[in-house]
Ligand binder design. Structure first.
Ligand SMILES: Cc1cc2nc3c(=O)[nH]c(=O)nc-3n(C[C@H](O)[C@H](O)[C@H](O)COP(=O)(O)OP(=O)(O)OC[C@H]3O[C@@H](n4cnc5c(N)ncnc54)[C@H](O)[C@@H]3O)c2cc1C
Length: 431
């Protein structure tokens, strides 16, 4: 080899190294709606790293359909490595702390800290048990695939434990489930569970019927939604024979009961399971972050989604208070998704020193799943319900899944394979 060629190779290797150093280190913490969609839009814009404590994204609005078996895990919880190309570094670990001054993140496992030039925070919320005695220990949360698996198993175990000759009232008592919180999540979950359990009663020829309690502190279901869609929800609760208890406070949860208070009277109800959908609490990582926050602990960001006082840090989704969003959008996937687009655009502008952008975020419509056969959808100012709304919801959500490739695969699977619920068969013969 002539020395000229050798020198050229060395020089080009040095340039590559230099370019790699010059690429801005963009670290995204959280791989949900905010984080994943930002990462997808930032591919190739720098040295991008996505950190998540899970190995998969979760399309949470369809977690109810995963519980019922209408959809499969790969449909709504695809692995990050299937969605992101090799230009994005993936780190599966839990971030334990962020040093805003030194610009680095530390990990729970003790892995070497990761420095950044630009940080995107999108870690979402955690279940809020509101300090209710026994709630964190004994009730089931419903935010992740593992939670849905645990709840499904609990329902099957409760069904399997019923002896064949038990009188109907005892069967009903053994198959009582309470869902705490009648927001959209509680309404969707209770109708889904009621339909699934009733189907299991028929298949197993059990006497009587299951008892599903929906417990709400306020005076109405889905308080954040309009009256028209609420009417559909109330109707579905009745059809699925969900017992709605409004103005009722949960005082205590134990291994096999829930104690409630209504009009000053306390009642302890025997339960096979209590599911907590009663609210969202700030992520502990954000709680520990020294930054400007609202009274509820949300990070205050400016209209470009940058953290107050730290222009190199962007925050979005459930952890951020964005000043120019329709109030009903707070804490929704719709908002996180729209903010992700703006975040990616602004990170790119920030890196090259161009002016940043802002946007007003609006409601894109509402959709609630109501049992295994119907839904209610608000689109274009009109509400419609029933099986058609269920189909429309599936179509709407297919369009919002990440990446074209995944959307096509899932759409084809739903269209060709169908979306029939998977019955709660006895443990030995689960498929
Ligand atoms: C069951 C359910 C149903 C819902 N239905 C709807 C609906 O129908 N419509 C709607 O608009 N919204 C719905 N939502 C709300 C919606 O899912 C959230 O608003 C949205 O996911 C917020 O996006 P995010 O990116 O802020 O957080 P998330 O999507 O929650 O993502 C946060 C990510 O960060 C990861 N993470 C958390 N802490 C750490 C850490 N310390 N280190 C590393 N990674 C971490 C998490 O594992 C997760 O991957 C629903 C939520 C749930 C739970």
């Amino acid at each position: 080899m002539s020395s000229g060629v050798f020198e050229f190779r060395c020089l080009s290797a040095n340039i590559d190294e230099l370019m790699a150093h010059e690429k801005k280190r963009i670290v995204i913490v959280g791989g949900g709606f905010g984080g994943l969609f930002t990462a997808l839009d930032l591919t190739g814009a720098g040295d991008v790293t996505l950190i998540s404590d899970e190995d998969h994204f979760l399309f949470a609005p369809m977690l109810y359909e995963y519980l019922s078996g209408e959809v499969e895990a790969w449909h709504i919880a695809p692995q990050y490595k299937e969605l992101l190309d090799e230009n994005v570094n993936l780190v599966q670990d839990k971030v334990a702390g962020i040093d805003l001054e030194r610009r680095s993140v530390t990990f729970e496992t003790g892995r070497e800290q990761l420095p950044y030039d630009v940080l995107v925070l999108a870690v979402g919320g955690v279940t809020n048990y509101a300090g209710v005695e026994g709630a964190a220990q004994f009730s089931l949360p419903f935010r992740k695939i593992a939670h849905a698996d645990a709840l499904r198993q609990r329902m099957v175990e409760a069904l399997d434990a019923v002896p064949p000759d038990l009188p109907p009232q005892d069967v009903r008592s053994a198959l009582t489930f309470a869902i705490v919180g009648a927001g959209a999540s509680g309404a969707e979950l209770s109708t889904k569970m009621a339909d699934l359990l009733r189907d299991a009663f028929e298949r197993r020829a059990l006497p009587g019927e299951p008892r599903i309690l929906l417990i709400e502190m306020g005076d109405k279901v889905v308080p954040g939604m309009g009256d028209e869609i609420r009417a559909f929800v109330e109707n579905a609760l009745q059809e699925s024979r969900v017992e709605l208890h409004t103005l009722t406070r949960v005082l205590r949860v134990s291994e096999n009961s829930v104690t409630v208070e209504h009009n000053g009277a306390q009642t302890e109800i025997k339960t096979a399971g209590v599911v907590w959908t009663g609210g969202v609490l700030m992520n502990p990582l954000i709680q520990s972050l020294k930054a400007d926050k609202t009274e509820r602990g949300l990070l205050r960001v400016n209209r470009t989604l940058q953290l107050m006082g730290h222009t190199e840090v962007f925050a979005l989704g459930d952890i951020a208070f964005f000043p120019d969003a329709t109030p009903t959008l707070a804490g929704t996937a719709q908002l996180a998704l729209q903010e992700a687009r703006l975040t990616a655009r602004n990170v790119k502008s920030f890196i090259v020193g161009e002016p940043l952008h802002t946007k007003h975020f609006e409601e894109l419509g509402e959709a609630v799943s109501l049992g295994t056969e119907r839904a209610a959808v608000l689109a274009g100012g009109k509400v419609f319900g029933g099986p058609l709304a269920r189909q429309a919801r599936f179509a709407m959500y297919t369009a919002r899944l990440p990446t074209w490739h995944h959307r096509l695969r899932v759409g084809a699977s739903w269209f060709l394979g169908g979306t029939t619920p998977r019955p709660l068969l006895p443990l030995g013969i689960q498929r």
